[in-house]
Design a protein around this ligand. Structure first.
Ligand code: CAA
Length: 285
């Protein structure tokens, strides 16, 4: 039996936007964190971003501990072998199923059999990724929302073989990171993206069909339904490539034509307009 108190060190694989946010909230919660990425410059950039975010939160009085103390709990690693002493692993690499499977199959040989593996996937099947390990009962989805330090939710996804014990400890861990959890069974898109992405996709249809300008679609939804940002702005913020990939997962996995990705969304992705991260999406940044 693993207890929350036995978890001292959390390894986060992937130092992109999501991975660095997860490393930050784990360190804020008092855990030792190993942030692992094979790109050294990516790690350096991630730590700089965490420092900036912590400073902002500290200046606003949202955290009490001094940023250098929190940062001191985050170690960088470039090889998976360097995380061998972690008690809990959260993977947050690109949404590429083969890459995730490859990483988990390697980790399965490196980490003790009782270490829980969590994937931050936003839509790929937990049950299928888990089969690349010998620990399907200790495998779970832990889907953080972007920006991780600000958003209160973690969506927990139970794979077909995930044990009750694994679910409970993951929930406790997320709560220790000051997050509220919801639990989803393992079906395409889980809860959040099953509902969010069709709305974003519909906003692209509304734009493609010339019903309204991007600005009016966003202002309408923002002011008319009290959302913090309109659906097209949110899509740029999430990444149009990610939105398109999730729509494909919904369409393939559920087989219903109502999930077909909007051709305009695909056209933007084909053009390399991935949103805020590339400087151009629906809007220019
Ligand atoms: N670290 C620290 N502080 C941060 C931060 C970070 N990484 N990012 C934002 N902030 C702070 C800002 O400093 C600001 O603080 P104050 O209000 O105290 O000044 C606050 O957050 C709000 O930021 P901004 O004023 O810059 O901008 P905003 O009011 O538009 O808020 C936002 C930004 C919080 C992102 C807000 O627009 C929002 O909630 N947007 C929707 C986000 C969302 O829906 N995320 C989920 C996406 S779906 C997903 O992630 C799942 C998936 O699989 C695709």
């Amino acid at each position: 039996m693993t207890l929350l108190s036995e978890i001292k060190t959390i390894a986060v694989i992937g130092a992109g936007q999501m991975g660095s946010g997860i490393a930050q909230v784990a360190a804020q919660a008092g855990f030792q964190v190993i942030l692992c990425d094979n790109r050294l410059e990516g790690l350096t950039k991630a730590v700089q971003g965490i420092e900036k975010s912590l400073t902002k939160l500290f200046e606003k009085g949202k955290i009490e501990e001094h940023p250098p103390a929190i940062l001191g709990r985050i170690k960088k690693a470039v090889q998976l072998n360097d995380i061998a002493n972690a008690n809990f692993v959260i993977e947050a690499v690109n949404e590429n199923e083969n890459l995730k499977k490859e990483i988990f199959s390697q980790l399965d040989k490196i980490l003790p059999a009782n270490t829980i593996f969590a994937s931050n996937t936003s839509s790929l099947p937990i049950t299928r990724i888990a089969t690349t390990t010998q620990r399907s009962s200790k495998f779970i989805g832990m889907h953080f929302m972007n920006p991780v330090p600000i958003m209160n939710l973690v969506e927990i996804i139970r794979g077909h073989a995930t044990s009750e014990e694994t679910y409970l400890i993951t929930k406790q861990l997320a709560e220790k990171m000051q997050k509220v959890t919801v639990c989803s069974q393992d079906y395409p898109g889980f809860i959040i993206n099953r509902i969010l992405m069709p709305m974003i996709n519909e906003a692209f249809y509304t734009l493609m069909e010339g019903i309204a300008t991007a600005e009016d679609i966003d202002a309408g939804m923002k002011l008319g339904t009290n959302q913090p940002m309109g659906p097209l702005t949110l899509a740029d913020f999430i990444g149009l490539d990610t939105c398109y990939a999730i729509m494909k997962v919904l369409h393939d996995g559920l087989g219903d034509s109502k999930y077909r990705p909007c051709p305009l969304l695909k056209k933007y992705v084909d053009a390399g307009y991935f949103g805020k991260k590339t400087g151009q999406g629906v809007y220019k940044y």
